[in-house]
Design a binder for this molecule. Sequence first.
Ligand code: COA
Length: 254
Amino acid sequence: MPTLPDATCPIAPCFTSAPYLRRLKICAPAGRHADVGTDACLQTHPAKVHKLMNEPGAPTDRPPETLVIGKLALDRWRPDDLEVLFSAVSGTLEHLRPWMSWAADHDRESIKRFLAESNEGWVRGERFEYAIRDLQGHVIGSAGLLDRIGPGRLEIGYWVDGAHTRRGVATQAAAALTKAALALIWVTDVEIHHDEANLASRAVAHRLGFRLIGTYPRKPTAPAETEYEVRWGINMDEFATSPASQLLKDVRAT
Ligand SMILES: CC(C)(COP(=O)(O)OP(=O)(O)OC[C@H]1O[C@@H](n2cnc3c(N)ncnc32)[C@H](O)[C@@H]1OP(=O)(O)O)[C@@H](O)C(=O)NCCC(=O)NCCS
């Protein structure tokens, strides 16, 4: 394992302490050790570092494997969920096809690949994919956090079964994932990206209080997509007073 530099962090003097760096090394996801050092100090939030120094074990490098929000539970996908996920996707394929490029190649093999890659991504600390389950434990969607938009940032992705849309499922799942993501030591920002024409996805980001970052050209990959992607973001400070945070409080209170 590479040695961590005992460098001076420019954010605050207390960050320079060796205990912080040692504990950050422990918290850093496997394979990230080489990146951890002054850069990691810069990417994290002062409040997290204080918590890290004062409360052993928190914050962590990976989100919980189960998140409960109101009447929903987000459960980490595992390789042995093959049949349940295959059946959930098969049952709502026409609803997914316009927006999800992978729906065009849906079969058991592609689901198996998704579950295997998700599992590896979780172990590496780069991808956290969850089943969205209702009170009875039925899978009604899927949502995840993806480390593919740059250091310190995670992107949320989701789909919900066509028979369960417009009941706030994606909004609640995304709120729970946002909170879990921002609690990670190495995450400062969470983003939602969607096609410009995907109004339902846009509504989710808007309702949660994400800030509009901008609209960017890109190549469409699914039948209903345009040539533009809209990006929304939220950071720790924004989250504290956001509708997403309020939603989580309201759901807990009911
Ligand atoms: C996008 C998606 C995940 C939203 O899931 P959901 O559980 O229905 O989302 P919510 O109920 O939390 O919120 C959806 C909101 O979108 C808005 N909405 C939904 N369909 C809409 C439409 N056709 N036009 C305008 N607004 C729409 C509404 O405001 C709706 O909430 P409301 O009816 O309560 O006002 C779901 O439609 C889906 O799975 N779509 C296909 C896959 C996909 O597009 N994934 C996202 C890729 S970025």
